[in-house]
Design a protein around this ligand. Sequence first.
Ligand SMILES: [Zn+2]
Length: 234
Amino acid sequence: MKKRIYLFDSYVREFEATVTDITPEGIILDKTAFYPGGGGLEADRGFIQIGQNKLEIMEVKEINGEIYHKTSNYELLQKGMKIKGEIDWNRRYRMMRLHTASHIIAAIAFSKYGARITGGNITPEYAKDDFPIENKEALQKLIEEANEIVKKSLQVKVYFLKREEALKIPGIVKLAERMPPELEVWRIVEIEGIDIQADGGPHVKNTSEIGEIVLLKIENKGKNRKRIYYTVKP
Ligand SMILES: [Zn+2]
């Protein structure tokens, strides 16, 4: 867990690390700020710098608890080498804003309409969520209400709890896959008075950073199921 800088500070854009392995799936670092995706979010992209050379990181993924960074050119790389990592910040920060927005939207859907989110996905461009809500106006209202909460400049807190403690919090896992149940220590993300989740992804520190949430479209996904697409203003 300590190797994952983004779990403790989602605002680290640059970091120094050592290459511990080079594999066909990508390089492994002793620590990384690159988010490997998961919880409905896409993985980060960016660069690693070795001396004067900058290599693009095209893909980051997690396999069996290890984070792999795929790059275009492995010739310059050696085990034990010091590198500087650089996150594509525009891409990541938009995902942090959209991700935090998705928490607020899901929390209102549940508290006001008793509707649990049934699926979702976040890219840097937009997010989409599925809800068992029939009424289109209710979904439009949901976004308006989410924007009201954004404007309240609420703090988004991140802390760690032992699993037994975390499980005592009602509604802690709205999307079960966001935190593997076998983990001893859970990372908790709390938007004061609005939402509390076990969650391994990057979020903003204050709801005001989300800016304005914009509803893009509403799709019918069968009986009593709608998919909303939304984004945040640049
Ligand atoms: Zn989250």
